[in-house]
Design a protein around this ligand. Structure first.
Ligand code: MN
Length: 268
């Protein structure tokens, strides 16, 4: 993919984000950035081929294998984006607050299990799996650990632009049924909250400048449309979800979790 799209979307004299430079050395880090732009989402990035392969995950990653998180592939980002945390000023692409929510290393895994276990794969195999739309990998982070898969959703006729994937936790000893992402609300790098990163005054001004009635569409129209669809689907199935949530709560005694979930700002 390269960094042309990353470059095209930004004015580097107006944003503190790093310039589009392809890295020479092959690293194997990953980062998850919490990004309060027009809508709150989490950006999941894997260091690969001198760039960060990137997906916008409206609800964020989960350690619950039952959660299949929609992940929209976005433009590759430069490797130096890895520790970017701060404010993208208004008027810029992705304007809002960015927090480094998670960092760690990743390792591609064999496409098929060997004796019931996924084993490490090569970078070349990772390329191939990404191309085929089924990338399995292991994360070693502070908050996210264990085996995951990113699975490309086949685009329907006249439907998505083909950038929709699912981020799924595999069943292993690191799985956490009922995982609640809101338990982690600070930066793993600076331990600041979104409010502290955004600055009280600034974030207040930013909030009041976008009343719901006049909220502007994100520049990426496909993102807005997809998020709207997710939002709609959520409402439609809310009755069924409430029931399953109740069952989950009863099983695991996660009452505070359910309560915390309710308090969450909409994830998209
Ligand atoms: Mn983002």
């Amino acid at each position: 993919m390269g960094l042309e799209e990353y470059r095209r979307k930004r004015r580097f004299e107006a944003t503190p984000e790093p310039p589009p430079k392809i890295a020479n050395n092959g690293g194997n880090r990953f980062v998850v950035q919490m990004h309060r732009a027009t809508r709150l989402h989490y950006d999941f990035r894997l260091e690969m081929d001198g760039v960060l392969k990137s997906w916008a995950v409206p609800k964020g990653p989960s350690l619950d294998p039952a959660d299949k998180r929609l992940a929209m592939q976005v433009e590759d980002h430069p490797v130096s984006y890895f520790d970017f945390e701060g404010i993208i000023p208004e008027g810029n692409y992705g304007a809002g607050t960015v927090m480094v929510w998670e960092v760690g290393t990743w390792q591609p895994l064999s496409p098929v299990p060997v004796d019931g276990k996924y084993v490490p794969a090569t970078g070349e195999q990772a390329q191939e799996m990404l191309g085929k739309g089924d990338l399995k990998f292991r994360l070693q982070g502070k908050r996210l650990k264990g085996d995951f898969a990113l699975v490309h959703i086949k685009s329907r006729r006249g439907g998505s632009k083909g950038n929709e994937w699912l981020l799924i936790k595999k069943k292993d000893e690191f799985a956490v049924p009922g995982f609640a992402i809101e338990q982690f609300d600070t930066s793993v790098l600076t331990h600041r909250t979104m409010t502290q990163i955004g600055g009280d005054q600034k974030s207040a001004a930013w909030e009041s400048s976008r009343p719901a009635s006049t909220r502007t569409k994100p520049k990426a129209a496909w993102l807005a449309d997809t998020l709207a669809r997710v939002e709609k689907g959520k409402k439609k199935t809310s009755a069924g979800r409430a029931a399953s949530e109740k069952a989950k709560t009863n099983k695991t005694g996660g009452e505070s979790r359910a309560a915390a979930k309710k308090k969450l700002p909409r994830a998209s």
